[in-house]
Write a protein of this length. Structure first.
Length: 151
């Protein structure tokens, strides 16, 4: 029950933060923002992965919650990749800013696959979730391969 109450609170907080995200005071703020978004998205995606891979028991309700949060988070980081935000400690490769069309296409692919994972999670069917999880993971990996430094 507590977990269900946290979702609307988190969503409200994120909605309130969105206007601020478009107006980063410093480039470093954009880097911190996108890194935080990716951390949260990865945590929830990873929870689904643990179920898909049998490391934890399958919990359809938890998978639905995690997929919903990961999907929402997948929409947030890209406002923080503006010009001049390739500063500080970041795993972002320079080609994000020189090949923005390819980066945007990769981001869109990930978001589309994440939405499919979310739809699969809503069915409660582990096999559908596994299929969608694999496709989503492949989209994430493709973007990492092209646009993320090896850390």
């Amino acid at each position: 029950m507590k977990r269900l109450l946290l979702i609307p609170i988190a969503l409200a907080g994120l909605a309130a933060a969105l206007p601020a995200a478009a107006q980063f005071q410093k480039p470093e703020d954009a880097v911190k923002y996108r890194q935080a978004v990716y951390t949260v998205m990865a945590a929830h995606f990873g929870r689904i992965g643990a179920m898909v891979n049998g490391r934890v028991p399958f919990d359809a309700a938890a998978a639905q919650t995690d997929a919903e949060i990961a999907t929402m988070m997948s929409k947030l980081p890209f406002t923080a990749f503006g010009q001049g935000t390739n500063v500080g400690k970041t795993g972002a490769k320079p080609n994000i800013w020189t090949d923005q069309a390819k980066f945007t296409a990769a981001a869109t692919k990930m978001q589309d696959e994440m939405a499919k994972l979310n739809a699969a999670a809503k069915t409660g069917n582990l096999e559908q979730i596994k299929t969608a999880f694999g496709a989503t993971g492949a989209a994430c990996k493709a973007c990492h391969d092209d646009f993320r430094k090896k850390l």
